[in-house]
Design a protein around this ligand. Structure first.
Ligand SMILES: [Zn+2]
Length: 476
């Protein structure tokens, strides 16, 4: 691959990415559904411009999935590339130094909602493809692109699609570029992701709000009841108090624990600059890596109810709702955890209250076996550009679609070009431009090396066994 592409094209690339980031594709807010479609259309235009003969928006009950196929390159392997074009809501807006949908460069960093999660990374993959086309004149392998618009809101369009049409995932590998380096100059590949079980807990204690003078002292308060239930779900040491909750949790392997112990880690910096608190919480018998990657969590995201306006109103609220989620680890299943949560809430609910648990969305945890040769190719690509192989880590976050991407048996490569301080889901999200420029070279190299490796494996005949053969069988 010609490495001058990035140097030559930087101003144009920055312009294009800024255009993509300026579209406020906030998937969870209905007011932005038109913007989500615009972002999907932006990708359609881009993929068409890159010469993909098949580019479609696949509709469902939500935001469309963008599906594209590169030109067929017979005898070459097939790579499925996943990303998402939707973003998290940008609020609190006042905490942004520059507006979230007016991409701005400061000190070599591009600030915008979605800069790292995940539009900047989707863009990086598209430009890696363009760079390879630019230098070789033709694609080295068969590429399939699948970009969804509901990763951040738990929509079902992509998983419904892949469950109905699993043949779309038939590839020699799936590349998911929605992650970050372990640390600057430390590229990473992920051996596991936590799952998620997201729910609302609603409590009603009265038929209507009451005067706290007249009835205070006898009438049950819905917010108080709710917070007691919530407090009962987790103890002060961070241990979740749901019956049988930890029973199925599988601990990390010895190999993983050994790798994690050797990772460079500055606890003080982590505490003060990343967590930005005075102390860490959680289960202190476990390392920070175990607590953030290999143990389940329960977090309260928001509580609604009563009076929260300016000034004072003396009310005993009749009703209150909390949004909570649990991060899940290998061995756990979100549907089962949802039932455990329902049971735990029922047991904690006093007789004067009705409590209801509504499961909003979820996904199972993911374990990735990184022994497949495709991971060696990724290492080579990183080594050739950054000078270091990918370190094997896990992530505490969740990408619900991962199990479906591997439906046809392709190894799922979880990696990315972000940095830990990118501020995903936070104000002032950014992408270091140096990461983008090297990322374009890394993935361009990866596309080339992946094709070469498959050909070498087939003794230079160029025959790609898995996908090509499977397709021949299907046609016969
Ligand atoms: Zn993401």
């Amino acid at each position: 691959m010609d490495t001058t592409f990035v140097d030559r094209e930087q101003p144009r690339l920055l312009q294009e990415l800024s255009e993509f980031l300026a579209i406020p594709s906030v998937s969870t807010l209905p007011a932005h559904s038109g913007d989500c479609r615009r972002a999907a259309e932006w990708l359609r235009t881009e993929l068409t411009r890159l010469g993909c003969p098949v580019v479609t928006l696949i509709e469902g009950d939500g935001h469309p999935v963008v599906w594209a196929e590169g030109p067929a390159v017979p005898g070459r392997p097939t790579l499925l590339v996943y990303g998402h074009y939707d973003v998290q809501p940008p609020d609190p807006l006042e905490e942004w130094d520059t507006p979230p949908f007016e991409p701005t460069v400061r000190d070599g960093r591009l600030y915008a909602r979605g800069a790292a999660d995940d539009k900047g990374q989707v863009f990086c993959l598209l430009k890696a493809y363009e760079a390879v086309l630019d230098s070789d004149g033709r694609p080295p392998l068969n590429l399939r692109f699948i970009f969804e618009g509901e990763e951040e809101c738990g929509g079902r369009v992509i998983s419904d699609l892949l469950r109905a049409e699993p043949e779309r995932t038939r590839a020699d590998a799936a590349l998911v570029c929605d992650m970050s380096y372990y640390a600057p100059e430390w590229p990473a590949v992920y051996t596991g992701l936590r799952g998620l079980c997201y729910a609302e807990i609603s409590v009603r204690t009265l038929q209507r709000d009451l005067h706290s003078g007249t009835y205070g002292g006898v009438a049950p308060n819905a917010i108080e009841t709710l917070v007691r239930i919530l407090a009962g779900l987790k103890d002060e040491d961070g241990e979740i108090q749901m019956p049988k909750f930890y029973k199925s949790v599988e601990p990390p392997s010895k190999r993983e624990l050994k790798t994690w112990r050797k990772l460079p880690f500055d606890k003080e910096r982590f505490l003060h600059e990343e967590v930005t608190s005075r102390a860490l919480t959680g289960m202190k018998d476990y390392s920070i890596f175990e607590r953030t990657w290999a143990l389940p969590t329960l977090e309260i995201h928001g509580i609604r109810g009563g009076f929260t306006g300016d000034g004072a109103k003396t009310v005993i609220p009749a009703q209150a709702t909390a949004k909570v989620s649990l991060r899940l680890v290998p061995g756990q299943r979100y549907e089962k955890v949802g039932r455990q949560l329902e049971r735990a809430v029922a047991e904690l609910t006093p007789k004067w209250a009705d409590a209801k648990v509504t499961l909003l969305h979820g996904g199972d945890p993911v374990v990735v076996d990184v022994d497949h040769p495709a991971f060696g190719v990724l290492d080579q690509a990183f080594e050739s550009v950054v000078g270091r192989k990918a370190v094997q880590v896990r992530a505490g976050g969740s990408i619900p679609i991962i199990p479906e991407l591997g439906l046809a048996g392709a190894p799922v490569i979880l990696t990315g070009i972000g940095l830990p301080d990118d501020g995903l889901h936070s104000p002032n999200e950014k992408l270091d431009l140096a990461q983008l420029w090297t990322g374009i070279q890394i993935f361009g190299r990866f596309f080339e090396l992946f094709a070469e490796q498959a050909m070498a494996k087939d003794g230079g005949t160029g025959a790609d066994e898995s996908v090509a053969e499977a397709e021949a069988v299907e046609m016969a």
